[in-house]
Ligand binder design. Structure first.
Ligand code: ADP
Ligand code: MG
Length: 302
């Protein structure tokens, strides 16, 4: 197969591993910088152009689109879908997962465990929103933040109000969430591929840090997940329509709660912690599904 990996940097660990795994299986891989793609939108023959000419035909696309290029990356991905090219992650699923609120709303409709979450637009509503999620301590998050940046713990109602009002003053979109204290600064990352959890790790935040992100100094270790955690992770990926997903769970007193579903999960931490060749498992999944016009979602439904 001819495979295009949409990535801005072919030296990144995850990109490199996917290329290695695909080449080891005899596929021809090309790294395409999504920001250098340009498109013609016409009624019969949509095309993607790259570096001065029409991009050669590819059989499958693996998007590794960074958070900062979500909007343009999704458009390029959608263009591949319009051309009938198989994409490992569909454009609709990508945009669902990148908007934390939209993702939580879709998960809540299916009854998946979630931290109680509030959302508001006007600073005047901040007191009530804090009350709605059970009062301080609360976690306040930028809707499109990643790597723990833009996630704040407010320990008192007063602090929460100030943070919410400050973010709103900057026109930032935020959500306010119940703080799951008993998670103890840790979360569980489940790597779901093709409807199965293929690897899992526990991430523990650095001393005195409630955020477990590896980018914020957290450390990863192998973990055995419960059947309930496994089922929750699989359902979450399914609801968002992701064939590959990093589902992050918080261990709470009322069972596993989905905090976030990542559509470009990093492979370095999880491969190291689990000892699994996750990249090859992803390529297996791609081989199973890569056929022209095999896109499940049609248009932008939810
Ligand atoms: P990001 O997309 O920036 O990674 P997350 O929503 O994953 O944002 O939050 C970052 C980290 O903060 C999580 O990995 C988790 O350790 C901690 N965290 C986030 N939300 C909560 C919460 N409601 N209760 C307890 N800890 C949380
Ligand atoms: Mg996270």
């Amino acid at each position: 197969m001819k495979i295009a990996v949409l990535s801005r940097n072919k030296h990144l660990y995850s990109t490199r591993r996917l290329i290695e795994a695909a080449e080891a299986r005899g596929h021809e891989v090309r790294v395409v910088d999504v920001l250098k793609c340009y498109m013609n939108i016409v009624s019969k023959k949509p095309e993607v152009h790259y570096e001065g000419k029409k991009l050669e035909h590819v059989d499958a696309v693996i998007p590794r689109v960074g958070a900062s290029v979500t909007a343009y990356g999704t458009s390029v991905l959608r263009q591949f879908e319009m051309m009938g090219t198989y994409t490992l992650i569909e454009s609709v699923a990508l945009s669902r997962s990148r908007d934390k609120l939209r993702a939580l709303q879709l998960l809540s409709r299916k009854g998946i465990g979630l931290p109680v979450t509030g959302f508001a637009n006007k600073p005047g509503d901040s007191k009530d929103i804090i009350k709605l999620v059970g009062g301080a301590p609360v976690v306040i998050k930028l809707l499109e933040g990643t790597q723990g940046i833009g996630v704040v713990l407010a320990e008192t109602n007063k602090a929460a109000e100030s943070v919410i009002e400050a973010f709103m003053g900057l026109q930032a979109n935020i959500l306010v969430q119940e703080f799951i204290k008993e998670a103890g600064g840790a979360d569980i990352r489940c790597l779901v591929v093709g409807g199965k959890v293929v690897a899992a790790m526990k991430r523990q935040g650095a001393e005195g840090e409630f955020r477990s992100n590896l980018h914020r100094g957290g450390s990863a270790s192998l973990v055995k997940i419960t059947p309930e955690e496994r089922a929750t992770a699989v359902s979450a990926a399914k609801v968002l329509g992701l064939s590959v997903a990093g589902v992050d769970l918080l261990r709470s007193e009322r069972g596993p709660l989905v905090m976030e579903v990542n559509s470009s999960p990093g492979l370095e931490g999880i491969e190291a912690a689990s000892g699994k060749d996750v990249a090859s498992i992803i390529i297996d999944e791609l081989e199973k599904n890569a056929r022209p016009n095999n896109t499940k979602t049609r248009g932008d439904k939810g």
